[in-house]
Design a protein. Structure first.
Length: 618
């Protein structure tokens, strides 16, 4: 019996079948344009008939290239490098190139040998975060060109370079923590020979010189989750109130260990990372970090490498500036008091956070996005605000909301239209934050009131000033609004024909708690609603907490609800529109005294109010 074997069809067999030379077959398969069309047709028919697949290795020898590039990373498990690989692979594939990946596993002594071997099989080389010394790296680049270097600055070389400004990034993280009141901060360092680690250390050194009140303590670690896990105990031993991890993997490892030993993040220790890898968003708690455009870096690495393959000289280095992504793993230092935290300010009194000030930029457009005070509680923990409740989703804690400003709603939700009732109208504006500054117990904000046509109607200067009381806290809200381009008329559903709906101004939507509401005008909704009294009180008997809202020198009518829901605020346009001329101004003020004491009647409020005002100094 004859043994039958399956052998690949050869180029010689194709040439014999087509009745041409092997050289003609080679020229046709390599796309040489000068080949006679009749010969090319014979070759293509023979290829189809024999199901011939040319050897890619053989074709590479003929062309002088493999249409493959090599990528060397120090640790492929790092999602940052995976993102760079993805961007590089997708971009190279569009140009007919494939990527060979090599991982040095942080073995610095083997990096050069691995890179040289990978380059021998490919047309070009991408080095991501190489760890080797500068002299060795320059020698490697000279021997293996064309080369693109990512995440490493190399002087005196023709290689294209793409780097991330980690020095500025880590300084921004430091300022983020400084804003939260942290002064003693641990830096959980990366690999000693890492250029990125060197840049982070440089940035922290600059920040320490710029802010002598800051103290940075370096803890040796690495670049993996395991190294972060192992470093967590050493960080705790320093007494630091915050830690900056070399990267997100290190931060995630620390979070795991801190959960095991019962350390609250950020209550006892704030943790921030670097790179914004996908897992960071889903950590517990979600990780504050600096976002690096991983895929874009990979794509640009291919663009630079393609230029090098085409013989073009290296372009100027590209520098990427990471962006702060503030999440829940960073918060106030335990000793801080007053307003702290530039990204998401909180009001902290001793060990208790009693309110959080949100920018409101993520609020749905039909709810009139605006900054608001949320998560408001008393010092003993009584919940005092609600945001986007199901009955009125446009109620945002404590905010300055006006339903009609020259026809634009800064209140949100449905709008009362005369003759049609309450309907959804596409007239919602937004309050855009232009500037925010914090100085102890004072939060200063500048806002633009932008209508549905993207025109700025008003410019507002806002101040939220807090104070500690013996048995509670106080907050004064001041808003100074100025008309920019035209006269402004402030109106309400009441002025537009809906009786009693004169809302609009600083409005406090309380949490759904059992409460008694009263003012000098009485203790029923009919009595207090629309009354021009200097104060109105909310007492929560089951919680032993009271809130007094005071207008100070103002005498605006109160818009009050406590049968349908619990909420109140002075009304700008109770029964008549309020108009200011172009360039005119409107000043609003409301002070809240939050005390852990049950005030039962108006006489009790009148008795304690002078002392509260004196304590607060507002």
């Amino acid at each position: 019996m004859t043994e039958v074997t399956s052998r690949p069809i050869t180029m010689a067999q194709v040439a014999q079948h087509a009745g041409v030379s092997q050289a003609s077959v080679s020229r046709v398969l390599n796309g040489v344009s000068s080949v006679d069309p009749a010969i090319a047709s014979k070759v293509h028919k023979a290829v189809a008939a024999l199901n011939y697949s040319p050897s890619e290795a053989a074709r590479s020898l003929v062309r002088g290239n493999s249409r493959t590039i090599a990528l060397l990373v120090p640790d492929l498990e790092n999602p940052l490098f995976q993102g760079v690989l993805k961007g590089l692979t997708l971009a190279a594939l569009r140009d007919g190139y494939r990527v060979l990946v090599a991982d040095s596993a942080e073995a610095v002594g083997d990096e050069s040998e691995i890179a040289t071997e990978a380059r021998s099989k490919c047309d070009a080389l991408v080095l991501v975060s190489p760890r080797m010394p500068d002299r060795e790296l320059r020698d490697l680049i000279a021997r293996t060109a064309p080369v693109v270097v990512v995440n490493r600055r190399v002087d005196d070389t023709a290689a294209s370079q793409l780097t991330v400004d980690y020095a500025s990034a880590v300084k921004e993280l430091g300022m983020h923590l400084l804003g939260f009141g942290h002064r003693r901060i641990a830096y959980v360092a990366g690999p000693p020979l890492s250029y990125a680690n060197e840049q982070r250390a440089r940035g922290l050194g600059e920040l320490a010189r710029e802010h002598p009140e800051l103290e940075f303590l370096t803890i040796s670690a690495g670049s993996s989750m395991e190294s972060g896990y192992d470093a967590a105990d050493a960080v705790l031993a320093t007494g630091a109130t915050a830690a900056i991890a070399f990267n997100d993997l290190v931060a995630l490892g620390m979070l795991s260990r801190l959960r095991e030993v019962g350390v609250g993040v950020p209550e006892q220790l704030s943790i921030v990372g670097m790179d914004d890898i996908p897992q960071s968003r889903f950590a517990a708690p979600p990780l504050t970090t600096m976002s690096v455009p991983r895929i874009e870096i990979g794509r640009q690495a291919w663009n630079r490498l393609r230029q090098a393959l085409e013989g073009e000289p290296a372009d100027h280095p590209l520098f990427y500036r990471p962006i702060l992504v503030a999440r829940s793993s960073s918060g106030p230092a335990s000793h801080a008091s007053g307003w702290v935290g530039p990204a998401r300010p909180v009001l902290r009194l001793g060990s208790t956070v009693v309110a959080q000030y949100e920018e409101g930029s993520t609020v749905d457009s039909v709810l009139s996005p605006r900054p608001f005070l949320g998560n408001v509680i008393s010092r003993v923990g009584t919940p005092l605000s609600v945001t986007e409740p199901t009955d009125h989703p446009h109620h945002l804690g404590v905010s300055l909301a006006i339903p009609d400003v020259n026809g634009t709603s800064y209140w949100g939700g449905r709008t009362y239209v005369r003759g049609e009732g309450s309907i959804m109208v596409p007239n919602h504006g937004r309050q855009r934050r232009d500037d925010l500054r914090i100085d102890g117990h004072a939060l200063h904000e500048r806002l633009s009131w932008v209508d549905q046509y993207q025109t700025t109607q008003l410019v507002e200067v806002r101040e939220l000033r807090s104070a500690e009381l013996e048995n509670g806290w106080a907050l004064r809200w001041r808003s100074h609004l100025k008309a920019t381009l035209d006269a402004i008329t402030f109106a309400s559903p009441a002025t537009n024909g809906r009786d009693g709906a004169g809302y609009g101004g600083v409005f406090w939507r309380f949490a759904p708690e059992i409460a008694r509401v009263f003012s000098p005008a009485g203790d029923t909704e009919k009595a207090v609603h629309g009354a021009r009294t200097p104060w109105i009180a909310f007492t929560f008997p089951e919680r032993g907490t009271s809130v007094i809202l005071s207008q100070g020198e103002g005498d605006l009518p109160w818009f009050v609800r406590f049968a349908e829901y619990l909420g109140a605020g002075p009304s700008i346009a109770w029964d008549e529109p309020h108009t200011i001329a172009e360039g005119g101004e409107l000043n609003l003020e409301l002070t809240a005294f939050v005390i852990d004491e049950e005030l039962r009647d108006a006489a009790a409020v009148e008795r304690v109010l002078p002392g509260l005002r004196e304590q607060a100094g507002l």
